[in-house]
Design a protein. Structure first.
Length: 365
């Protein structure tokens, strides 16, 4: 399905995916060229994972990045939404068959299908969001035509963990995820490390439920759908007296928000990937902050490079230092975060960037 978008694009500001998705099924239009230049003979494409492009999280951010790149390059684009993991191979082949020059795959779970497609189609350039596509674990991407865009979100999650411990009144904070996969657990483990650091520095004993660092296991819903299973899991953590809750896995935060509202207690919600306060204002009053990944910016930049004939397969790793990851503003929680705690978060960020504090993750080092 090919769509064009004529809305003005300025800097790195990204258009709303919801507005674009509303046009699905419309015939392609000719772009106006923006500055009057000729459109490039370049077709960027994208495959979502099963969370879909309206997940208000990483799929949506990737989609917005592609829309922005297509606008800048004055070209059309194609997107295919997966309903299940069994769709991945067929969806990728459909994009190859439609003549895509660059294909973005969104999510860790798409990596095996991306590798198979990239190996079979060396003339197509692939961009893998959230996976290095290194299945033999030798430290290199398994195909020369795949560019990984990955994020050391443990660094930002560490800050969120310290912050959460600092605002907690019950002394218990919680987290749960969609699946026990590295791109999910990197948030949960970084969060727990931040709480541990708070306890060490402050002589406190804030507990983390939902993730066991030693066992590398915790509470998972088994998928990324906002459903009753996610709501019940969130409720189970709330029943353990948590007053800050970090759900990791696209739309499952919506189930957590519903459980929080039903509890009648003041429980802070943490978002992931996007600034969820901006992408989903319906939960804005609950949000302490969000642990952000620059998926939109990374996708945009990689596609623009590819469109200009400058595709570079060198992996991009988002960190606090290069602003590929970070915390969103406190928004409605601004007045409830003590100034001293907010200042400490800034100091911790600087210390992590300077290498004075090491946050462990599978991407570190």
């Amino acid at each position: 399905m090919r769509i064009t978008k004529k809305a003005a694009f300025s800097g790195l500001a990204l258009v709303s995916a919801a507005a674009v998705l509303a046009g699905c099924g419309a015939a392609p239009e000719e772009t106006d060229g923006g500055d009057g230049g000729e459109a490039l003979d370049f077709l960027p494409c994208m495959v979502s994972d099963a969370g879909g492009f309206d997940d208000k999280s990483f799929n949506q951010l990737g989609f917005e990045g592609m829309v922005a790149a297509a606008e800048e390059l004055r070209t059309d684009y194609i997107e295919v939404e997966s309903q299940a993991e069994t769709d991945y191979n067929a969806n990728l082949q459909s994009l190859v068959d439609q003549g895509c020059d660059a294909i973005v795959t969104v999510g860790f779970l798409l990596a095996p299908a991306a590798l198979e497609s990239a190996t079979a189609n060396p003339e197509v350039e692939y961009i893998s969001i959230d996976d290095t596509v290194d299945q033999d674990f030798d430290g290199t991407t398994d195909a020369e035509n795949i560019k990984p865009i990955i994020f050391d979100t443990a660094q930002a999650a560490f800050l969120a963990g310290y912050l959460s411990a600092g605002v907690s009144q019950t002394g218990v904070v919680g987290t749960f995820g969609g699946l026990n996969i590295p791109t999910v657990t990197i948030f949960m483990d970084g969060f727990a490390q931040g709480v541990e650091y708070y306890n060490e520095e402050m002589g406190a004993d804030v507990q983390v439920v939902g993730w066991d660092r030693a066992a590398e296991d915790g509470s998972f819903t088994g998928g990324f759908e906002a459903n009753d299973a996610a709501r019940q899991l969130a409720q189970g953590l709330i029943d353990q007296n948590v007053d800050v809750l970090l759900p990791v896995g696209g739309p499952i935060y919506q189930s957590a928000a519903a459980a929080i509202r039903d509890s009648g207690r003041e429980i802070a919600l943490l978002g992931v990937d996007a600034d969820v306060f901006e992408t989903d204002p319906s939960v804005g009053d609950l949000l302490l902050t969000s642990i952000r990944k620059g998926i939109d910016v990374g996708t945009h930049e990689a596609l623009v490079e590819a469109g200009n004939g400058e595709f570079d397969a060198t992996p991009f790793i988002g960190t606090l230092e290069n602003e590929g990851v970070g915390l969103a503003p406190f928004h409605d929680w601004e007045d409830r975060v003590p100034a001293e705690l907010a200042a400490t978060i800034e100091e911790l960020q600087a210390a992590i960037i300077a290498g004075e504090i090491t946050v462990e993750s599978y991407l570190a080092g």
